[in-house]
Design a protein around this ligand. Structure first.
Ligand SMILES: [Fe+2]
Ligand SMILES: [Fe+2]
Length: 681
């Protein structure tokens, strides 16, 4: 980038402290007024220019001398460098309008403000020098002001009188009028707003206009003001109507546009643009000397050539002027503005519409997919993801763990409601569901960002935690257990049993086999959950041995005096990986129950010493033993014995001879989750 920098004294002790960027047409002009001990920087500029402006300012003054910074309006090319000056230790007051100050704060400006509308739009410096601030609302911001120095009679006009041009010079030459107009046609809202401000300027004694963009006007100042007073610009166009033919026809209009192009772009580029076309230009004036078509065709061809050779940029620069001329001379809009320019805009609108429709459709599809997958993957009661989803999720977690060589910690809790069957039996399934929902609510209320909860098939939950040590996981499990026990939101108090595993207990030997590791984690947690139940429920187990669980889970007691039947059952249940205990009479059975706490009892009614129903009665008297499922098997099955069994909360009544497979199925169903492969069915 070709950037020149340096300071230029434009009046005694008033300096242009900007930079010249040859490639970018929008030059920013900050000005520094030095007044004895005080200095005022007007429109400091953008972050892009900061280094140069700072260097220029500090080449003229010690930075502590900078007492005021004027922000004429809120644009980034004016204000955005202010926080950088603050960072350099500048402690200057910000002179601005309240509307500008409110917005400019968002650049992160911290300095105190001098609000002009609260100070009669003026400031008196220590020397007695006065600066006046003239409101120029909506040119082009509601809080816009310009600065007038009564001593030098310079009007620091901010965006007003500015220009965008690659043919820049510090002081305006004869071509400046046209480029200044282009800038205002693009950036100022309308003549109704521009005119009254220009009327004010006309009454003032202005020696020089120093604008924030473009060049400094020091000759024919009034002409420039009058030109802007009459300029039609922005979107509010209402020019005085003129007759085209009396004015010189389309040739005259094209020449006006050529004058504008001449001021904005290089002459040789304009000549080259029309070279070899139907339109011939004078090499010096760049006005049309001849054309080989009708006048109306000239009006069309002229723009067609510019668009074809120079592209949309040149057309964009002259577009407001052409629009204005069309209204002023009541002529037709050239095709290029109706088609090519509009074409791309219409295409854009069309694409935007299509894109929106597509986006809407995609978001609808995504919504449907999510709803469908949620209905498949979520528990309808708790809205937690279900066990299938959990297995998939855990598998992905293990992928991460394997990749990072098991460096981070994970823990898994299985949380089961202890007496859900009883609640279902007494209050019905709806209340049972409500109980599960309430437990979900408690768990959710305790959940942190690193926790994930899933609903399992069993009446309970899987609680997965990232970045937690085993002792912290046990502490959390105890808190959950305690909270549930004390909670009063359930129809009657419930308790939970919790099995817990810290993944690092399992890793050894499974580094290569992720699927096996996944199964082992789930089995071990399940095992500890069962251990918690067997230890009397309302317990947390996180420290038991789980490696030999195949021999020790699913402990059942068979009570029968019939050895043949006993043997058949013993063999069958052992084959199913149950741990089988036996007793020959009720009295012996009670002793085994007390010592071994079986998960389930299958008992004959007709027993020596103490018959089966009496055994059940004795168990009911003991609060712990009462909850052990009890199956009756007997040749005797009549109305009286069935009524008695029901009164004793017997879970199932088999009449001998029974189907062995049916017995095994019932046992598995009653002690859910006890089987080796974790199959609850
Ligand atoms: Fe601006
Ligand atoms: Fe600006």
């Amino acid at each position: 980038m070709d950037i020149k920098y340096g300071c230029e004294e434009i009046y005694e002790n008033i300096y242009w402290v900007g930079s010249y960027d040859k490639l970018n047409g929008l030059h920013c002009n900050p000005y520094l007024i030095i007044d004895g001990d005080e200095a005022i920087l007007i429109d400091p500029g953008s972050v892009i220019d900061f280094e140069i402006v700072y260097k220029n300012v500090t080449s003229l003054i010690d930075i502590e001398k900078l007492k005021y910074i004027v922000l004429s309006h809120q644009d980034p090319d004016i204000c955005s460098s202010t926080p950088l000056f603050e960072k350099k230790g500048v402690n200057a007051k910000i002179i601005t309008h309240w509307r500008t100050g409110t917005i400019a704060d968002h650049y992160g400006i911290k300095s105190k403000k001098y609000i002009v509308n609260e100070n009669r739009y003026e400031i008196t410096l220590k020397s007695g020098r006065k600066l006046k601030f003239i409101p120029t609302p909506y040119l082009h911001f509601p809080g816009a002001i310009v600065t007038y120095d009564a001593e030098s009679k310079i009007l620091f006009s901010s965006d007003l009188f500015g220009a965008i041009s690659t043919k820049w010079s510090l002081y305006a030459d004869e071509s400046y009028m046209e480029v200044m107009k282009t800038f205002h046609e693009h950036y100022m809202p309308g003549n109704q707003i521009l005119r009254p401000v220009m009327e004010v300027f006309l009454k003032m004694d202005i020696s020089m206009i120093a604008s924030q963009h473009g060049s400094i006007i020091k000759e024919n100042v009034k002409n420039y003001i009058m030109e802007l007073r009459d300029l039609q610009c922005g979107v509010l166009l209402n020019p005085i109507k003129k007759e085209l033919m009396k004015s010189g026809g389309y040739t005259f209009l094209c020449n006006k546009i050529l004058d504008r192009l001449k001021a904005t772009f290089k002459e040789k580029d304009i000549l080259k643009c029309f070279e070899g076309t139907d339109i011939e230009l004078n090499k010096d004036t760049l006005n049309i000397t001849n054309f080989y078509c009708t006048e109306l065709e000239l009006w069309e061809n002229f723009f067609e050539i510019i668009y074809t050779i120079k592209g949309a940029r040149w057309i964009t620069v002259i577009q407001p002027m052409v629009t204005n001329l069309i209204i002023e001379y009541e002529t037709v809009m050239p095709e290029i503005f109706r088609s090519k320019m509009m074409e791309s805009e219409n295409l854009l609108i069309e694409l935007r519409d299509k894109n929106k429709k597509l986006t809407d459709r995609i978001s609808q599809l995504n919504k449907n997919i999510k709803e469908t997958s949620d209905s498949i993957m979520k528990c309808p009661i708790t809205n937690f993801y279900n066990e299938e989803f959990f297995a998939g999720y855990l598998s992905k977690e293990l992928n991460i763990l394997v990749q990072e060589k098991f460096k981070s910690k994970r823990a898994l809790l299985y949380i089961d409601i202890d007496n859900i069957n009883k609640i279902n039996n007494i209050y019905g399934n709806a209340i049972g569901d409500e109980t599960i929902k309430n437990l979900a609510y408690i768990l959710n209320s305790m959940k942190e960002e690193t926790h994930l909860i899933f609903k399992r098939k069993a009446p309970g939950f899987a609680y997965f935690i990232t970045g937690i040590s085993k002792s912290e996981a046990i502490e959390l499990a105890e808190t959950i257990r305690n909270k549930v026990e004390k909670s009063e939101i359930f129809i009657e108090s419930i308790t939970v049993s919790i099995g817990l595993i810290s993944f690092d207990e399992i890793y050894d030997g499974f580094e290569e086999n992720k699927e096996k590791l996944l199964k082992e984690i789930m089995k071990a947690t399940q095992y500890r959950l069962i251990a918690a139940k067997r230890l009397g429920m309302n317990m947390v187990v996180g420290n038991s041995d789980f490696k030999n669980y195949k021999e020790t889970i699913g402990k059942i007691l068979i009570v029968d005096k019939d050895y043949t039947n006993m043997d058949v059952l013993k063999t069958a249940f052992k084959y199913e990986n149950f741990h089988v205990l036996t007793a020959e009479n009720g009295y012996e059975a009670l002793k085994v129950i007390e010592k071994e706490s079986p998960d389930l009892i299958i008992s004959e009614i007709m027993l020596p010493k103490m018959e089966g129903f009496i055994l059940r009665e004795k168990m009911i008297e003991d609060s712990k033993e009462k909850s052990i499922p009890f199956i009756v098997m007997s040749h005797q099955k009549n109305e009286d014995s069935v009524i008695r069994a029901m009164a004793l909360e017997v879970d199932y009544y088999f009449q001998k001879p029974f189907l062995l497979s049916e017995m095994i199925g019932v046992v598995k169903k009653i002690i859910k989750g006890v089987t080796v492969n974790g199959n609850n069915d």
